[in-house]
Design a protein around this ligand. Sequence first.
Ligand code: ADP
Length: 618
Amino acid sequence: MRMITGLVRILIVCLLAILSRECIAADGPRQRSILVLEEADFRSPFYSEIFAGIRAAAKPNGKSHTVIYGESLDLARFPGPDYEESLVGHLKTKYAQRPIDVIVSIGVTSAKFLQARKQDIWPTAPVVYGFLPDLPETRALFLPNTTAVFARVRPAQLLIAARAVVPDLTHVVLVGEAWKNPLTYGHWKQDFAAEMPDLEVTDLSGAVLREVRSHVASLPARSAILTSAMYSDGEGTYYSPASALARVAEGANRPIIITSETFLGRSGVGGFLLRPEIIGREAGEVAMRILEGEAPSSIIPFSGNNVKPIFDWRQLKRWNVDEANLPPGSEVRFRQPTFWEQYYWHSVIIASVVLVQALMITVLLRERRLRFVAEVEARQRMSELAHMNRRATAGEMSVSLAHELNQPLAAILINAETAQRILQNPAPDLGEVRDILDHIRRDDQRAAEVIGRLRSFLKRDPTERRELDLNATVGEVFRFLSVQALTHDVELVAEPSPADILVKGDKVQLQQAILNLVVNGMEAVAELPDERRRVVGRTGLIDGNLALVSIADAGHGILAEKVTEIFKPFFTTKAQGMGIGLSIAHTIIEAHGGRIWAENAPSGGAVFHVSLPLAPAR
Ligand code: ADP
């Protein structure tokens, strides 16, 4: 039975050991203990942050482990000797088996409690006092074997903050119980007098919340509200200091200067603020030094670095406060980012994309323009060359042209002479004269046509696209060259397709291209025997959707490796050649969306093909 009880005990101990994070195995790091004695409720934001600071400072270091116990005295809300007596009894029982290595006492009330009751509960534990002002009255509370880290907002600092917010300050209103406590703000009257002798002060520290709210609703300009912690409304209802402040702020018509970081964001403008996490951390660090073996008496009480001027940006805007007026080293929180700050990266990315796009568009436009200029120049050059080419052709053909003109001119002359002779008769046959004159007119028209053809061939029109019949176009070229062909004794054979072939293009240009091919053909057969002196021009369709003109001769053909090269400018194999005829033809046909190529016919001789898109059907 006894054995079973023993086993159960061991089991319970082990279970507790597993459940408790603080429980350390016998051979693990040494366990030490800190008791945090807070004057108020641990759950309030201010005191819970102090506790968090102490916990952060007491992190395990591998060699030792620190257990932190915490007690809230809460004597402000639960006053009276009976509660205090029962609290002492409770703590004595609770900690009877738990040795405390160091006590961290938070707040003046805790210090007072320890002064009166420590001997009863923890007689030997050293003490670190935290969160209390450095005043003779507080130092008088210190027990032997203790040290302290002070934390205090000086009354003068409240005035400095108030004047930063209200530069022409003449009047302050004091709100909150702590103003009554000489151990919190000390002797604020002297401090205020030293800082601003003419300051008008309305002390509402004793007033109930209802009165405070109505008073602060109609304060004069040039005034500010200086708050300290407030726990009750004075009529039996208790608040957390933050929510009490929020209630005051609801109706206040003047800016509120606050004293704790935990009040920030609750309608207070800001001020020199106590920073509870740092207060806890500083006290915790001193407690750790004591746990490491330093004697408390060797650590001289010192002021912590736990107060900082901090302001709420939204409230600064509400009260039109110039940030330049804030005390040096001030921090401004809740700053709402400007549109630019908020969307900085979005804007940068969008701007970059737009910029890159704009650059690309500019580059593309520039290239387009350059290409356009180059095309215009090329067209211009092509047109000049074509013109030159035409004039050269015309020059060559002048003999045959003269011959072609000679015929009608000679006929006109003969007819005119005949008419003259008839008219010399006493009874001239006027009917015959009329016929002769008709002939003269017809011959004159023929001559005019020859000249007109030459003129239209030589003119340098800007490109004009018209629908034209390829059969007629090729036919005209053949007619135009007929005299030259006759002179060189070359047969020109036109084999037009039975139906019209309509294409869209510049007639003069297309005729120029075809003419160059026919002239080349005639030159290719010029030296050959009679039976080979012929050039055939055919028109037709490819697959029913492309127009085709083929100029074939029976000459020696083209060297196979030169069939593409011959279209390059200035390629010639002729002693007197310019090498531009085919390149001009090539340019013209490409400009019309067509294709030109050469091949050797199986029966001998070269064939030049020109394909062109058909004119869209109407
Ligand atoms: P050119 O007639 O002044 O030489 P072209 O550009 O008209 O210039 O012709 C280029 C070259 O192509 C000619 O020199 C010739 O070698 C070749 N060529 C053109 N047409 C024919 C053809 N029908 N038969 C054989 N070779 C030709």
